[in-house]
Ligand binder design. Structure first.
Ligand SMILES: [Zn+2]
Length: 404
């Protein structure tokens, strides 16, 4: 099976020996290289022998979270949340105030969008960017564009006004997208963490698909491939936790679906029918970790041991109050810092805040609590940073250096 082509390819994983192929000898390695372009020339190291938490389903065939840290709020807790709890998000209605507190910048991409944007002065990465091996741009919520070792990767893209099946009702973003899909540079890969509307947006999938077609590879957790194929995507790679693949023609960059503690649902009938996850992107020079949407669980330490250290992680810091409702599915800033430590990230970008009001904390609280949490752990504020909407940061290939 050529694991790198075709629509809706499901990578349920071959024999375990394939992952631990080093002892299989040169012949096996050559066979693997010939039959796939999935990065198998990358010699897998001893760390892959370690036990890790596998995905699992309940007796109804629905995906479940295998950690004791998972808890879905009870009906009474949910009712209290919906009827009684105070929403302290207090997002201002004034555009002027929002423009001051959470400015939206026009992004600049090192590898060029369709329109050349003359906004370099506003960004921490100016001229000579094409030499940067790792560059990140925050495009609001959990949408991040990572330019890594020559490949452009987009995470959970949402460029729509609402996170909803329809655009006239449902959570509306209070900060607009910093650019359109048309203004993006070439996108080689999209990674999707799960099916919730603020992470898998039909309008954005349609626009990306219209522009890039089969040139763009979609990486999704198990069970989501059918949805993307129905949406017209031709180049979909569906993976279980700890399974890997690559973008055709870019064998040197490995995409691994890794665990996260969350759940999935788009309709009344599909709850937990598709898996959720985080993504580890392992390039020849740089490594990027996308935590997706997640509560805190012990698997982040497993990811760190197996694939760390990461040069950059994108970790959610928002939508965490009230805690008894949100704890299972969304980390708070202190737990986000723990994920940063667990996965061994050299730098992390804070995401999943400042865009949609999805929970009850004050809309500007997440970055404040993030800074306090870093200080309490004795970490530099610059190691886990926030960006303005549309702002970029270039991370050096030399260990630990940040250009800004
Ligand atoms: Zn979600």
């Amino acid at each position: 099976m050529d694991r790198s082509d075709g629509a809706g390819v499901t990578e349920l994983g071959g024999p375990e020996g394939e992952l631990k192929g080093a002892e299989g000898g040169e012949l096996e390695a050559q066979t693997l290289r010939k039959n796939s372009s999935s990065g198998k020339s990358y010699r897998l190291d001893y760390r892959l022998e370690e036990e890790v938490t596998k995905s699992c389903r309940d007796r109804h065939g629905c995906w479940t979270n295998p950690w004791p840290t998972w808890k879905f709020p009870s009906h009474s807790t949910l009712l209290r949340f919906l009827l009684w709890d105070k929403d302290n998000s207090n997002v201002p209605t004034s555009k002027e105030v929002l423009d001051r507190e959470l400015p939206v910048l026009v992004p600049y991409f090192a590898q060029g969008g369709r329109e050349v944007v003359a906004a370099r002065g506003a960004h921490s990465c100016g001229g000579g960017d094409s030499e940067c091996g790792l560059r990140v741009t925050w495009l609001g919520h959990a949408t991040v564009l990572v330019e890594l070792d020559g490949l452009n990767v987009l995470t959970d893209p949402i460029f729509s006004q609402r996170a909803s099946p329809v655009q006239f009702v449902g959570p509306k973003r209070y900060r607009g997208p910093p650019c359109t899909v048309e203004q993006l540079p070439r996108i080689d890969a999209v990674v999707i963490s799960h099916s919730h509307y603020d992470h898998l947006d039909a309008g954005t999938v349609e626009s990306l698909n219209a522009r890039f077609g089969a040139e763009l590879r979609w990486f999704v957790p198990l069970g989501l491939s059918d949805w993307l194929v129905k949406a017209g995507c031709e180049n979909v790679m569906e993976l279980d936790w700890w399974k890997e693949n690559c973008v055709p023609g870019h064998d040197n960059i490995t995409f691994v679906c890794t665990p996260a503690q969350h759940w999935s649902k788009r309709t009344a009938l599909d709850q937990n029918k598709s898996l959720w996850g985080s993504w580890s992107v392992l390039g020849p020079h740089h490594r990027f970790f996308f935590a997706g949407d997640t509560g805190y669980c012990s698997s982040f330490a497993e990811i760190g041991r197996r694939f760390g250290p990461f040069d950059l992680a994108a970790i959610p810091i928002g939508a965490y109050l009230p805690r008894d409702v949100m704890r299972g599915q969304h980390v708070d800033p202190e737990q986000a810092v723990q994920i940063h430590v667990d996965v061994q990230a050299k730098h992390s970008l804070a995401v999943h805040w400042g865009t949609f009001a999805l929970a009850y904390e004050y809309y500007l609280e997440p970055p404040v609590r993030l800074r306090e949490a870093l200080e309490q752990k004795g970490l530099e504020p610059s190691c886990f940073f926030t960006l303005n909407h549309g702002e970029s940061r270039c991370l050096a290939s030399k260990e630990g250096d940040v250009f800004d």
